[in-house]
Design a protein around this ligand. Sequence first.
Ligand code: NAP
Length: 280
Amino acid sequence: MDTQTNFSSNLQPITGYGVAKVLDSAHPGFAMDDLVWGITGWEEYSLISDPKNFFKIQHTDVPLSYYAGILGMPGITAYIGFYELCAPKKGDYVFVSAACGAVGQLVGQFAKLHGCHVVGSAGSPEKVDILKNKFGFDEAFNYKDEPNFDATLKRHCPEGIDIYFDNVGGKMLDAVLLNLRPHARIAVCGMISQYNREQPDGVQNLSLMVSKEARMQGYLATNYYHLYPKYLETILPLIKESKVVYVEDVADGLENAPKALVGIFSGRNIGKQVVAVNCL
Ligand SMILES: NC(=O)c1ccc[n+]([C@@H]2O[C@H](COP(=O)([O-])OP(=O)(O)OC[C@H]3O[C@@H](n4cnc5c(N)ncnc54)[C@H](OP(=O)(O)O)[C@@H]3O)[C@@H](O)[C@H]2O)c1
């Protein structure tokens, strides 16, 4: 086998969360024509050998793409991080970073429904406008225009922060630590500002966790899938009554998927990035 062949034979499609129709199944839990969501390949047809984390779609009176977002992994990520980890109380001051993304837009809306005061950060004036006028955030700012995050947070969260839903990590996390209220909770959902860094940002202000008696917890949504039925029961009526809205950014065709993925790291996407492939 030459090097070239060896290289090619190791190629595997990239995987990601997808919504699909079952064409054939040897598994007793899935039958032909079932609609499902779970991890598929970036390809038109996937062979799923282990459907452990595949969910059968029972409700089709909503857009099927929602099962890649609000009704899928990002939805349960927002729900678990906010309700289970942050134990919100009415009147809490909540701050959400990457607030216009797949997860953040939901956290902000959940927090408003819970009677919290909500501030969000995002990377463009258009996103700031959506946060305030579509998702109902009380305050929002474009972090790319802000040279000093501590001063920015003091301006937008003058009372301090009870709950920080962290999607970005890095310098924003460090500035949040300077603005915590007593008994604050931080859900460490993700740290997108650090993923492509050779040298991660250091965090300087952790000692404030002691004096503020704060709690910070990371989590993986996949370890909470047993709560998915409970989440669906909560979220479906909210969608149908338009109490929660969901913004998607749809790229058309598999050939546009790489550009869509790379765009997430510069904030090109507005809302949940979806790629429509050979639509059902
Ligand atoms: N714990 C879990 O189980 C779990 C599950 C799903 C996702 N996550 C994490 O949750 C976070 C949000 O995911 P998502 O699916 O909502 O994201 P998303 O919709 O893909 O959007 C990510 C957004 O992050 C912002 N961003 C990109 N680079 C940034 C940087 N250097 N600094 C600050 N913001 C940056 C961009 O918006 P701007 O225009 O605002 O910059 C981008 O649109 C990510 O960190 C992800 O890894 C965790």
